[in-house]
Design a protein around this ligand. Structure first.
Ligand code: RBF
Length: 344
């Protein structure tokens, strides 16, 4: 009788019902990660934010136990620190992920109140804070080659161009990365095509007013501009519209936008922000992230590029221009173009 009970007990120990309690029913504890994607603006219309959100969401979809919350902080920059503070105060997030050159400073303030909070910010440079890791795209480099293309176009005989060697840059607002890297890189690139080129630079005042951007673009065309660059989030649509209506060209940073205005958007750079976001989250899970440092990434590292295999480029930019530009890009990739990145 006693032996029978022991056998029954052993059988019970081995039965599947019992085994369920010990089974891993989902993600291993070490793979759990709760991420707040803090969008400094709105996602729609801003390539860096669209790619950041897409990268985080696709990573979460492929990794059990990774949860992602996309939070749009809106356009009132004065509110960002307070909003982020109350989100972090909930204690819900292992990591705050963002993409904006002004974010690390805000995170440093929030981190003083919540010392265990970790932050990773792309498109920014910040060093020496053990809670904050940053990744800086070499936007001087992207602007250099887009500027070179703009310079080739403004001095070409393309039908939308004019005789004046004048290119334009429309920005939503001024900030150090724009004023020290993006705009100077663009002008230097253009002047490598022709040293006589001048730049008309204007500021909208916000990241959403496409009508104001359109007005600026129109007055710039009046002053002789025939090729534009624009860093203005959703407001960039106004520049594209005006270039389309009045016959000018646009070279676009960060994303493939040829399809928006074929024959008008004639060159697109690419920023591999989705790939970077997925890699960052994978490194976070693996415990491989280094905080307190900045990693600078550009063409040679595979995070910036130019989309040449698109009809928006090869059907609309004449062969002599493309030959010069493609050879410049080849030199950039090979590290044969000499330039200095200005301090930020
Ligand atoms: N870029 C966008 O595409 N959309 C935005 O709403 C936006 N807001 C920004 C707000 C601030 C305060 C700063 C400093 C930059 C902002 N950027 C925005 C620029 C973005 O971070 C990046 O530098 C540019 O898109 C060029 O890659």
């Amino acid at each position: 009788m006693k032996r029978g009970l022991i056998i029954l007990f052993i059988l019970f120990l081995n039965c599947p019902l019992f085994a369920i309690g010990a089974k891993d029913t989902g993600k291993a504890k070490s793979g759990d990660l709760s991420v707040l994607v803090y969008i400094t603006g709105v996602v729609a219309g801003s390539p860096p934010y669209e790619l950041l959100a897409a990268g985080a969401e696709s990573f979460a979809a492929e990794h059990n136990g990774v949860r992602v919350k996309i939070y749009e902080a809106g356009f009132n920059q004065a509110e960002w620190e307070e909003q982020l503070t109350s989100l972090v105060a909930s204690g819900e997030y292992d990591l705050v992920l963002g993409s904006n050159p002004s974010l690390p400073e805000i995170c440093a303030g929030v981190g003083e109140k919540f010392p265990d909070q970790k932050f990773i910010i792309t498109d920014a440079k910040y060093e020496g804070n053990p809670r904050i890791g940053t990744y800086l795209y070499n936007q001087y480099e992207q602007s250099l080659y887009l500027g070179y293309l703009a310079g080739l176009i403004t001095t070409s005989d393309m039908s939308g161009g004019n005789a004046s060697k004048r290119i334009g840059f429309i920005a939503a607002q001024e900030y150090p990365l724009l004023s020290r890297h993006i705009v100077p890189g663009f002008l230097e690139g253009a002047r490598r095509a022709d040293s006589q080129i001048s730049l008309d630079f204007r500021v909208i005042g916000n990241w959403y007013d496409a009508n104001k951007a359109a007005e600026l673009a129109s007055s710039m065309i009046d002053s002789g501009v025939d090729v534009f660059a624009v860093i203005a989030g959703g407001a960039a649509q106004g520049v594209i519209r005006t270039a389309q209506d009045r016959g000018a060209y646009v070279v676009f940073h960060n994303t493939n936008e040829y399809g928006l205005a074929p024959g008008v958007i004639v060159g697109c750079g690419i920023m591999e922000q989705k790939k970077l976001t997925e890699e960052i989250l994978s490194d976070v899970l693996a415990g491989k992230i280094r905080y307190g440092t900045c990693v600078t990434i550009g063409v040679k590292e595979g995070y910036l590029g130019f989309i040449a295999d698109d009809p928006g480029y090869y059907d609309h930019v004449p062969a002599p221009v493309r030959e010069k530009f493609d050879s410049f890009m080849k030199d950039i990739r090979a590290g044969r173009v000499d330039y200095a990145i200005p301090p930020l």
